[in-house]
Design a protein around this ligand. Structure first.
Ligand code: MN
Length: 221
């Protein structure tokens, strides 16, 4: 099932316009959920798994649906993270241990933002830009981008904050100006959620990663 947006479509204006949010959530994200469910339809043994589990265990997914699962479970997981990575309210700078780790690993919040912009602008075509914590516990923070709907969990990195750099995420308002979108996006970045994820990351083991987001049988009912 498509998770509801945790705020109104227009709540993130002026950074992200309401029509983009409506299309992005109700059409783009919804279609990944629909295609994932369609791919899994004839494989009831997978219905009790979470989308995270499917991504982290692609080798156990039947070959004939592996590519569809990879793309669409990835789309579902990444967009579910994205809606929570943004907030119309909340603090405008990192808080708690995450704030200290950002200074430790980037020098300052401004340097983190500059790195995020650089990596996001450099990604050719569609993808995602991430702030991740490399595992294991106490690992370094890094900024990286992924292609399509790839998720850094597959490389063993825990997502802390994420932005979508597919054109569908910004084209109506920003047209070809991805750099402006990346810059304006910070006004709605959800630092409280990022701090929560950072603190959870040291405790999370692989089972927790796989379970995050709930079981698909509940999610698809
Ligand atoms: Mn998207």
């Amino acid at each position: 099932m498509l998770p509801p947006l945790p705020y109104e479509y227009a709540a993130l204006e002026p950074s992200i316009d309401g029509r983009t949010m409506m299309l992005h959530h109700d059409q783009h994200h919804a279609s990944y959920v629909e295609k994932l469910n369609a791919a899994l339809k004839d494989f009831p043994e997978l219905h009790g798994r979470s989308a995270n589990w499917l991504l982290l265990n692609l080798i156990k997914v039947p070959k004939e649906i592996r590519t569809a699962v990879r793309h669409n479970a990835g789309g579902h997981v990444n967009h579910s993270l994205l809606w929570r990575a943004m907030s119309p309210t909340g603090v405008d700078a990192p808080v708690g241990p995450l704030a200290d780790a950002i200074v430790r690993d980037f020098g300052s919040v401004e340097k983190l933002k500059a790195r995020f912009a650089e990596v996001g602008e450099r990604r050719f075509g569609s993808g995602w830009v991430w702030l991740v914590k490399t595992q294991p516990a106490g690992g370094k923070l890094e900024v990286l981008s992924t292609f399509g709907h790839e998720n850094p969990m597959l490389q063993g990195h825990y997502p802390i904050l994420v932005n979508d750099i597919w054109e569908h995420a910004y084209y109506l308002k920003y047209e070809n100006r991805r750099a402006d979108y990346l810059k304006d996006w910070w006004a709605v970045a959800n630092w409280e959620e990022a701090a929560r994820r950072y603190e959870a990351s040291d405790l999370a083991d692989r089972d927790d990663w796989e379970a995050e987001g709930g079981r698909l049988s509940e999610a698809t009912a």
